[in-house]
Ligand binder design. Structure first.
Ligand SMILES: [Zn+2]
Ligand SMILES: [Zn+2]
Length: 97
């Protein structure tokens, strides 16, 4: 479940159990400008990558989505997930054949 955040970063509060995430657009201190979006959600290591862009350091660690992250780990994760999907598809196909 995602809850989008609005307004100024300085006024934000992030619940301890939630992960702070932003999209792939260049971060801004003001949420919602030029397509930049941030939200809180349940932490999920499979889909979230620790982001070290320096945005909002007062809010602690934050994440970005692996789907659009250029880092090497995310590239590997995307490749593995694609392979798993393809294998699963092949499996279903051979079972029903
Ligand atoms: Zn970031
Ligand atoms: Zn990454």
């Amino acid at each position: 479940m995602q809850r989008y955040l609005f307004g100024n970063v300085a006024k934000l509060q992030v619940p301890v159990s939630m992960a702070l995430v932003h999209n792939h657009v260049r971060p801004s201190r003001r949420l919602g400008t030029r397509g930049f979006r941030a939200w809180v959600q349940e932490p999920d290591r499979l889909t979230l990558c620790v982001c070290e862009c320096g945005w909002a350091p007062e809010l602690g660690q934050h994440f970005r989505t692996r789907a659009r992250c250029p880092c090497e780990i995310c590239r590997v994760v995307r490749r593995v997930r694609a392979l798993l999907r393809r294998n699963a598809a092949l499996g279903e196909w051979s079972v029903s054949a």
